[in-house]
Design a protein around this ligand. Structure first.
Ligand SMILES: Nc1nc2c(ncn2[C@@H]2O[C@H](COP(=O)(O)OP(=O)(O)OP(=O)(O)O)[C@@H](O)[C@H]2O)c(=O)[nH]1
Ligand SMILES: [Mg+2]
Length: 197
């Protein structure tokens, strides 16, 4: 069964680990490079146009943003990594925030990691995928923006990506588009499974 999103509300923006919400709801987090489409994917899942703010300019989401789904589940929109136009100290601060959250949250059930379907995963993507494979939380790899590719191109891109990702592990990839909604049902089914266990 797929999760049915009946209600979604913005909860809070977290810039320091001390600010994490205390409510005891299970969490599903969305990670990936800056500009890959995390906030757009979350909007699509929630059926909301712009509850999560999106932008053409990388680095839009700068805090951990919590959304409450059906009053019993948190979606966590993470700031993107790999955005060069930031000072080193700012990047370190973000890495500490994101890694600190991923490593310590007791409520985090699953992590959805996004890559851009049009491009090979970057070394940073592979590091993250490696980290997630070795963790004890469920994770799902999503290739997004597939609406920007023809059917043939997409097939080729997915098999190339499969080959690269297989260096790290045998990891299935879910194709997704925030524009068309392709993959939404499958992703909501995965989330339901992760949360209901
Ligand atoms: N065509 C298409 N464009 C997309 C898709 N997903 C996101 N975009 C566009 O990509 C840009 C970045 O999207 P965001 O959702 O803001 O990306 P993000 O990963 O949240 O970025 P940061 O907050 O900077 O980490 C925006 O211009 C979106 O409209 C998609 O599936 N298809
Ligand atoms: Mg964002």
């Amino acid at each position: 069964m797929a999760l049915e999103v009946r209600q979604s509300d913005f909860v809070t923006s977290v810039g320091w680990l001390e600010q994490l919400p205390h409510e005891d709801f299970p969490e599903v987090a969305f990670a990936g490079r800056s500009n890959v489409g995390k906030s757009s994917l979350i909007n699509r899942l929630m059926g909301r146009k712009s509850l999560a703010q999106t932008s053409n300019t990388p680095g839009k989401t700068r805090t951990l943003n919590f959304y409450l789904i059906n009053r019993n589940l948190h979606f966590v929109d993470l700031p993107g990594y790999g955005f060069a136009k930031r000072s080193k100290s700012e990047r370190n601060q973000w890495a500490a925030l994101i890694n600190g959250y991923l490593e310590t949250s007791q409520k985090l059930r699953g992590i959805v990691h996004l890559i851009d379907a049009r491009h090979d995963p970057t070394p940073e993507d592979l590091d993250m995928i490696d980290f997630l494979t070795h963790g004890d939380r469920r994770f799902l790899l999503v290739a997004t923006k597939i609406d920007k590719l023809s059917k043939n191109k997409l097939r080729k891109r997915l098999s190339d990506t499969d080959r690269i990702v297989s260096q790290v592990g045998d990891i299935p990839i879910l194709p997704f588009s925030a524009t068309t909604g392709a993959g939404r049902h499958e992703l909501l089914a995965w989330i339901e499974d992760v949360v209901s266990r």
